[in-house]
Design a protein around this ligand. Structure first.
Ligand code: ADP
Ligand code: MG
Length: 352
């Protein structure tokens, strides 16, 4: 691993106290971030939380109002985009419609005055990486959405950047294609080993693809961690709600159900729904009774929304192992007991 002058381990991308204001709008409000070499890193958050602005400051399209941006241990805060060893894949791909695929991929190298032979070789290799051999002569209009996405990726990879920045790269694709491309993007990243920093508002996408995730809220990072850490130990009520269903047990309900004060959460798939309210509980379980307010049948699983007698509402997700749609739908308005292992409830301690 590389180190900088002071002997600290260098990161592919480091942000220190980065802020950005546009007039009286604070888009980014003091962000510290370290992305490791070769990492697949997601910036996840709702629309308007500052993700794109952070990405644009890393690329050099925006200058921070305060703070520093480092790439590979070098301060690039004041450097122009073309002096930075990064490339950006935009959501709309921005392909040239009148050029064929090969010309689109070669374009950046041509601007950099790379010779024709090397240009061609590198472009063909980039197209091979994204599995588009044989598509060189097509125009963007003759490609599917997923193929256009891959051309945009090849066009960025051909420059061999240290870091690839991707802003909602799969946002324009329909669900099925998006899921396929998630797997493919991840495989490509593993194969070429460069750092991917990508922006998404889709929690499932971030959980599926990333080594680590930074969860953004209103221009700040609320938590940085692996998918499992962010999902199973959310640092705040915001993270619990944004990366999953918040399922909070708080106030009087916490006192009567768990026997203690505080704010707690249990993930929906950890809750078991039982119609026998006084069946014996396994050692180490907690439980709460309530009334089913809603049943949503979703094929593989069913979602139960339960209003607790102690106050508050929990969502439980049950796999449809045996039950059919008719069975589960009958449970609307039924009295049920929710039970879970104590180790699956977690206290929410971070900023609220
Ligand atoms: P995200 O990518 O998370 O949706 P953005 O970084 O695009 O969020 O935007 C963060 C906030 O900054 C939003 O309130 C947005 O309206 C504002 N913003 C972004 N760019 C500009 C700009 N060029 N001028 C004024 N406000 C902007
Ligand atoms: Mg954005």
């Amino acid at each position: 691993m590389k180190t900088d002058e002071s002997g600290d381990v260098t990161s592919a991308v480091s942000l220190r106290g980065v802020r950005k204001t546009f007039g009286d709008v604070t888009a980014v409000d003091g962000v510290d971030l370290d992305v490791r070499d070769g990492e697949f890193f997601a910036m996840l958050g709702p629309s308007g939380s500052g993700k794109t602005t952070v990405l644009r400051m890393i690329a050099g399209f925006e200058t921070p109002t305060a703070g520093r941006v480092h790439l590979g241990g070098r301060d690039v805060t004041r450097q122009a985009p073309f002096d930075r060893d990064v490339n950006t894949v935009f959501q709309d791909y921005a392909l040239f419609p009148h050029m064929n695929v090969l010309a689109n991929v070669e374009y950046g190298l041509k601007v950099k005055k790379v010779g024709a032979k090397e240009r061609r070789e590198r472009a063909l290799r980039a197209l091979e990486t994204v599995r588009l051999e044989g598509f060189e002569k097509r125009r963007p209009g003759q490609l599917s959405g997923g193929q256009r996405q891959r051309v945009a990726l090849a066009r960025a990879l051909v420059n061999r950047p240290k870091v690839l920045l991707l802003d909602e790269p799969l946002g324009a694709l329909d669900l099925k294609l998006r899921e396929e491309m998630q797997v493919e993007l991840k495989a490509i990243q593993r194969q070429i080993g460069i750092t991917f920093l990508f922006v998404t508002h889709d929690q499932e996408e971030a959980l599926t693809m990333s080594d680590r995730i930074a969860v953004f809220n209103a221009g700040r990072i609320e938590q940085i961690g692996t998918p499992a850490e962010v999902y199973e130990q959310p640092a705040s009520a915001f993270v619990a709600g944004f990366v999953g269903t918040s399922n909070l047990i708080e106030g009087d309900a916490a006192l009567s159900i768990l026997g203690r004060k505080g704010v707690y959460s249990v993930r929906p798939e950890k809750l078991r729904v039982d119609t026998e309210l006084d069946a014996e509980l396994p050692e180490g379980d907690h439980s709460a009774t309530g009334t089913v307010a809603e049943v949503v049948y979703a094929g593989a699983a069913t979602r139960f929304v339960v209003d607790l007698d102690a106050g508050g509402r929990l969502v439980a997700m049950q796999q449809n192992l045996q039950a059919s749609s008719m069975d589960v739908l009958k449970l609307r308005d039924a009295r049920v007991r929710l039970a879970w292992r104590r180790e699956h409830e977690f206290s929410i301690t971070g900023p609220m």
